[in-house]
Design a protein around this ligand. Structure first.
Ligand SMILES: [Cu+2]
Length: 152
């Protein structure tokens, strides 16, 4: 091994040790929280639809390789839905076809949109960001059921 290679190897190992030590010191000594996956923290541990009033919903939508959780959502027509989206792994995207809801699902961040679903029907939810080998199968469905009280 060349003398310069040995030197570079020693410097690399020393720096690796220093940076690992700083990470351990920050986490243990200074009690600084290291970044965690947002899907490990409430209320984003599971995808769910929460009803707040007759026509108000909160949707916690999780994007995962390669599906959405929940995969199928049912709401009555005329509902206003607050959509909170995050990712459990890599960057995904959602487009609710037929609406202007178009968000990025970024690990560690929560994207938000509000939409009023007036028109009954099935809305396809697709991933619009290439996220891996199963990307083309990543889809969900939002079903807006007709109601007698739905306003036009
Ligand atoms: Cu995708």
């Amino acid at each position: 091994m060349d003398r310069a290679e040995k030197f570079a190897l020693k410097v690399t190992l020393v720096l690796l040790g220093v940076f690992t030590g700083l990470l351990v010191y920050a986490a243990k000594g200074l009690n600084i929280d290291v970044p965690t996956c947002i899907t490990d923290v409430e209320p984003f541990t599971e995808g769910k639809l929460i009803q707040h009033a007759e026509d108000r919903y909160e949707l916690h939508l999780l994007a995962k390789m390669w599906y959405f959780e929940p995969g199928e959502i049912e709401i009555p027509a005329g509902s206003v839905v607050d959509i909170y989206l995050t990712s459990a792994d890599v960057i995904h995207g959602i487009k609710i076809v037929g609406t202007n809801v178009n968000l990025m699902a970024i690990p560690g961040a929560v994207a938000y949109a509000r939409y009023k679903f007036d028109k009954p029907g099935e809305y396809l939810i697709v991933c619009h960001e290439y996220c891996g080998i199963g990307h083309q199968n990543m889809a969900g469905k939002l079903i807006v059921k007709p109601t007698t009280t739905a306003r036009r």
